[in-house]
Design a protein around this ligand. Structure first.
Ligand SMILES: [Zn+2]
Length: 601
């Protein structure tokens, strides 16, 4: 093994036996195995690290030739490899492509010599290597590629460098699901749907396991259908349903002991396919806004899952379930609560129109009228997602989520409170929430029953959890903040260009962000820390928020100028596509820079 710049290189050394060809075959197989294992691993890690994980890739460069080995003198003495072969290998690797195995002429020749000529396919463009000029290089043909070329009749043999069956499964499209709900979703959205379905299915298994462990007797189906219908026909507004305190189940001593391993729970095909179909339909109902889209919903869901997991596994020592229950105000001891909060994150912006509530109200849109000009988008999202869930085709899914009237009420209440908490612009709601926080955490209420006070804390913690997740991009790594901030800017700028808002967002975007950090983000992160249930996550969020604020203070103005420029550029491109092929005036550097980067990548 040897390191080449950022990469590790592995060497098979067969020169003593004068059998380079075998060595090349071994290396090719090794690279293939690495690529395969990596795709399996990233797929597996998606559920814990988030949907972007599967976008990670590996790049391989294979070259063959003689090397010199030795140990240099000095403090950093170690066994090392030297020589031109190492330099060329580094170039072959760095000029390769994501998830591809790039090989040199020498390695290709050796493979051909070993009877594996059908593994190699010439690369169409030439690679330029320092001190070597143009190089002819090759791609190692993997199964997917081979299958394509054999279909077109150009590949003679079926004995390609088969990648087993698994990688295909790792990126397999979603199975159709319920008829009528599967729509043409972009590939990326399908992956997000799969990721979310996996998370929710896992949670749902815990819901079912808990129900079985506690021997909960399901209510008769007719009774459940009746309360569902009653709720649908009640005509009350979502906002009116928000409660100050949600009653979570009390801790029972037997809870911890009688828990059934959720991994042993089988949800059954009907439930899993309905869950998949439901999420696909939700994804399809998200509009294609720059910010408020299904990717944002998935990002928020990821943050909720992470924060919940930190509550479930707090840093504090608590082997006893009762201690854990008390410490987290009962959130950890009720899987249904967690399921409801995760699902709420996923639906919280469904059908978002890409403009703030204030615009919907000002334009006197019909949905603004329906919701009496209050929390318009949020109420609309709850209603849309809920009505969809109530359709007959999701009966089995609903049966897994709630089996009693009590569970139904709790689930509904949690969805309502959680989604409505994402309206942070409404002054009245914000003031009420602030008062509730104080009531829960700063005022002493000796007159209040202990149960009530615990439920009050749980309710307010859940609301802050979703709020923090909704703006999680501000409390994560700078590049994530930048990405989502730019998207939000774009969304607002489009609304301005369309004449739907009269204020140009670029005029005080810089100051606006600083204010948002100072008056919303950082106080929120501090609250998360002070309620003490999120363990290390709360420090992490606060630190990132403070770092991002500092960074923004330094670079923000420049960034706003850049965002404006890139917006103007993409507008110009669109205009050009619609008109003729006249090159855009006054836009010299951007496209050149882009292609330069692409060449080096
Ligand atoms: Zn949101």
């Amino acid at each position: 093994m040897e390191s080449v710049s950022r990469a590790l290189s592995a060497i098979t050394n067969s020169s003593f036996h004068n059998c380079f060809p075998i060595s090349a075959t071994v290396m090719a197989r090794f690279a293939r195995d690495c690529l395969y294992k990596f795709s399996v691993l990233t797929k597996k890690l998606e559920t814990t690290l988030g949907p972007d994980t599967a976008e990670l890739g590996m790049r391989f460069g294979l070259h063959s030739g003689p090397v010199t080995a030795g140990v240099l003198r000095g403090e950093k003495a170690r066994f090392q490899l030297f020589g031109d072969t190492m330099n060329t290998t580094a170039r072959i690797e760095s000029t390769g492509a994501k998830n591809k195995i790039h090989i040199s002429q020498e390695t290709a020749d050796l493979l051909t010599g070993a009877g594996k000529g059908h593994w190699v396919r010439p690369r169409e463009d030439k690679v330029v290597a320092k001190g070597k000029g143009e190089l002819t290089t090759f791609w190692l043909e993997l199964k997917g590629d081979a299958a394509k070329s054999s279909r077109s009749g150009s590949s003679e043999g079926s004995e390609s460098l088969a990648l087993d069956e698994a990688p295909a499964a790792a990126t397999a499209p979603v199975s159709g699901g319920q008829e009528g709900t599967s729509q043409a979703l972009p590939e990326r959205y399908l992956r997000l749907v799969n990721w979310n379905a996996e998370i929710l299915a896992r949670m749902l298994k815990q819901v079912v396991a808990r129900r079985e462990a506690m021997h909960v007797k399901p209510d008769p189906t007719e009774k459940i259908r009746d309360i569902e219908t009653e709720q649908l026909q009640s005509g009350s507004l979502v906002l009116e349903e928000v409660k100050e305190i949600i009653v979570l189940p009390k801790f029972k001593a037997g809870d911890a002991k009688s828990v059934i391993d959720p991994d042993k729970v089988k949800l059954g095909d009907a439930i899993t396919s309905q869950l998949q179909a439901y999420l696909q339909a939700i994804a399809a109902m998200y509009r294609n806004n720059p910010f408020h889209n299904f990717e944002h919903a998935s990002h928020v869901t990821m943050s909720v899952v992470k924060l919940l997991s930190r509550i479930v596994a707090p840093e504090i020592e608590c082997s006893e379930a009762k201690v854990l229950h008390d410490h987290t105000y009962g959130i950890t001891s009720d899987p249904l609560t967690q399921f409801a909060v995760i699902l709420s994150a996923l639906i919280h912006d469904v059908d978002h129109t890409g403009v703030p509530n204030s615009v919907l109200v000002q334009e006197q849109t019909s949905i603004a009228a329906v919701y009496k000009n209050k929390s318009v988008a949020e109420q609309n999202s709850v209603d849309i997602a809920w009505e969809l869930l109530m359709q007959d085709c999701f009966q089995d899914l609903r049966g897994a989520i709630y089996a009693t009237a009590d569970e139904f009420k709790r689930f509904r209440q949690l969805v309502v409170n959680t989604v409505m908490a994402t309206d942070i612009m409404d002054k009245e709601l914000s003031a009420a929430r602030k008062a509730r926080w104080n009531a829960a955490f700063t005022e002493s209420r000796e007159d209040e029953e202990e149960d009530t006070s615990v439920n009050r804390k749980a309710t307010i913690v859940i609301e802050h959890l979703i709020q923090a997740s909704d703006v999680a991009h501000t409390m994560q790594h700078w590049h994530i903040y930048r990405k989502w901030n730019q998207r939000l800017f774009e969304e607002m700028y489009i609304a301005y260009k369309q004449g739907r808002t009269d204020k140009d967002p670029s005029t005080n975007w810089y100051e606006g962000e600083i204010g948002f950090f100072d008056f919303y983000i950082i106080p929120l992160a501090m609250k998360l820390r002070s309620c003490g249930v999120f363990g290390v996550s709360s420090d992490e969020y606060l630190n990132y928020a403070q770092q991002n604020r500092r960074e923004w203070e330094r670079k923000g103005q420049e960034i706003v100028a850049e965002m404006l420029e890139s917006f103007a550029y993409s507008e110009q491109l669109k205009a050009d596509e619609n008109n003729t092929a006249v090159p855009p005036p006054g836009l010299p550097s951007v496209p050149e820079k882009k292609s330069g980067v692409a060449n080096q990548a």
